[in-house]
Design a protein. Structure first.
Lengths: 342, 263
């Protein structure tokens, strides 16, 4: 019953689309690689070693990163929209990405203060994930804390924005006191990039992704109940505090873990759940979670393909492309439906 | 039917209700004393701010009791886990569901949550229950509509259907007739009456439609600042319980017609 029969066709279509986009994404770039070569390379019978090298060390990890980033951010957006009963919620809007930025800023910029072996330990990929997930977890917890006091959905957005500016200001203060090298490292991180990941990094975000997905699927029944509001959910036997905590942990692991490696990515978390609801007419999270994950992956791969500017040596920052596509999509949805519903 | 309907579903003894803040508790009403037997339709009336919602929130365990005893099915409400209580009582709240993008069928199906596994898969029994709830509330033809497409009267029936699907002996509704016109108010109240008669449900609802409640309910809870009366509507009228419901300068209760009129 996870995916009802009436949705099977749609999921097959989405999966085929995903596979197609993956191949296109890998084939296009500064050097175009024929589709046949990609297949050979994955199977291990590539004829040209330079293509093989580009694919396995550069394009394949990037494609996997795109799938995980798009899917993970979209799921975290979906979870937040249901949890905060707000169609405009998303990792970026609610300041979760800024929380992650703050965690990373403290780590990268603060590491300069502590010299020696300690700082190399601090800058390992694992501590990056920890700092980023912790930062987003704290911001999310703070937003939720205020939400429980203030029952206004508009207020949540304002609070999210305030947390965003607050963390932004703290980051600015931190950057003022740090040296140029670390600042540059942080600025590059904050521009967002899918292509900087080694296979080790890919392994770490995959782990975050799977933990996040498992927790989301585990929470799907409570998420469905939360569609009616907390009081109704409680009256249907839901242990509300425990379940909300699991949802928040899932969101922070997804948004925090991913942001740690690829930087803050705008709009994917907000826009993808709304786009998905256009073609899947259900509010059942057991269907929405996988659907949103696949759609997010497709959108991210498309954005990445555009960002590579096929045939040129230039690469645009991925954050610019997601905003260029995401913002008009949200505006279009608002104008067409007159309101965003979730 | 007689022995079954003697079964006591709610029993309050010297119950005090109100809000607990950090240090002090502010009591809204105390010395509440009543017991409701199975299969009765009880209307809760009282002026605004008297504590109707507070009482309903306490009875549904959304607020803790301040003192005294509150038993659901002969067991203290504090001894229930959330899940066990959800098998005893279902609610219809004044707040609209957070999402209206659900279809009628989906929303009503959510009522089966206490009975389903972690994935919420519906068994044949669950499906029958949902279908029955849709038919009892006359919603079968609307089941594939989205909730934002429905009128207020239809929506109210959807919420009642969800509570029915939860399959509990006791249903508590907070002002199910607000925002409805006379026809829809009456049809909701008649639906509640039908459920007590045909399904032996025990139903407690708060309302401002005092004349409607007098005509149809088996018992009424009348909240006034000094006292909470619990009797059948006829006895309440002869006792003059409605005379003190509101200050007498503007509206007075006419015992013959069972209505309030403007002086």
């Amino acid at each position: 019953m996870i995916i009802q029969n009436k949705h099977t066709g749609l999921f097959v279509l989405l999966c085929l689309l995903l596979v197609g986009v993956v191949f296109i994404n890998i084939s296009l770039g500064s050097v175009d690689i024929p589709l046949q070569e990609i297949f050979n390379s994955i199977v291990g019978t590539s004829s040209k070693s330079s293509w093989h090298y580009i694919i396995t060390n550069y394009r394949l990890p990037k494609a996997i990163t795109a799938i995980i980033t798009g899917g993970g951010l979209a799921i975290s957006g979906l979870l937040m929209q249901t949890l905060f009963r707000n169609p405009l919620a998303g990792p970026f809007v609610l300041g979760i990405s800024s929380g992650a930025s703050l965690g990373v800023a403290i780590l990268i910029l603060g590491a300069g203060a502590i010299s020696g072996i300690f700082s190399t330990f601090l800058l390992s990929p694992w501590s990056l994930v920890m700092a980023s997930a912790l930062g987003s977890f704290l911001v999310l917890l703070a937003v939720l804390g205020v939400t429980l006091k203030v029952k206004d959905t508009m207020a949540i957005l304002i609070i999210g924005l305030m947390f965003g500016s607050l963390t932004g200001a703290l980051v600015a203060v931190l950057s003022y006191f740090s040296d140029a090298e670390q600042l540059q490292q942080f600025v590059f991180w904050s521009l967002g990039s899918l292509g900087n990941l080694t296979w080790q990094g890919v392994a770490i975000i995959s782990l975050c992704y799977f933990i996040g997905i498992l927790l989301s699927i585990y929470s799907a029944k409570s998420l469905n109940a939360l569609l009616l509001g907390e009081n109704y959910a409680k009256s249907m036997g839901l242990k509300i505090k425990k379940n909300m905590l699991v949802i928040i942990v899932a969101t922070s692991i997804l948004a925090g873990g991913i942001t740690a490696f690829v930087g803050p990515i705008a709009f994917v978390g907000l826009a993808v759940p709304h786009l998905t609801r256009q073609f899947i007419k259900t509010s059942n999270h057991f269907v929405l979670i996988p659907a949103v994950a696949i759609s997010g992956a497709i959108l991210m791969l498309v954005c990445d393909t555009i960002a590579q500017l096929p045939g040129t040596v230039y690469t645009l920052p991925i954050n610019a492309i997601t905003s260029l596509i995401g913002a008009p999509v949200v505006i279009w949805l608002l104008v067409r439906k007159r309101k965003l519903i979730f | 039917m007689a022995p079954l309907s003697q079964h006591t579903v709610i029993k309050c003894q010297d119950l005090a209700i109100g809000y607990k803040s950090k240090k002090k508790a502010s009591i809204i009403a105390n010395a509440i004393h009543f017991s409701i037997t199975q299969g009765t339709l009880v209307a809760l009336v009282g002026s605004n701010g008297i504590g109707k919602s507070t009482l309903l929130k306490t009875l549904t365990a959304m607020l803790p009791t301040l003192s005294g005893s509150l038993q659901i099915d002969a067991k203290e409400i504090t001894d229930y886990s959330a899940l066990a209580l959800s098998n005893k009582l279902s609610v219809v709240l004044t707040e609209a569901p957070a999402s209206k993008n659900l279809t009628v069928q989906e929303l009503v199906s959510l009522g089966r949550q206490p009975h389903t596994n972690w994935m919420g898969s519906l068994t044949q029994k669950d499906k029958n229950c949902i279908q029955q709830a849709l038919e009892d509330t006359d919603l079968a033809s609307l089941k594939n509509k989205n909730c934002f497409e429905l009128s207020d009267g239809q929506l109210q029936r959807v919420y009642i259907a969800r509570a029915l699907a939860q399959d509990t002996p006791l249903i508590i509704l907070d002002e199910p007739t607000t925002h409805l016109d006379l026809y829809h108010r009456a049809s909701i109240v008649k639906l509640l009456k039908k459920l007590t008669l045909e399904k032996n449900k025990t139903i407690l609802f708060s309302t401002h439609e005092i004349d409607l409640a007098i005509q149809i309910s088996d018992k009424m809870l009348v909240m006034t600042p000094n006292n909470i009366a619990f009797e059948s509507p006829c006895n309440l009228i002869s006792q003059g319980a409605f005379d003190d419901l509101f200050p007498n300068e503007i509206v007075v209760f006419d015992k013959k017609t069972g209505r309030f009129s403007i002086t």
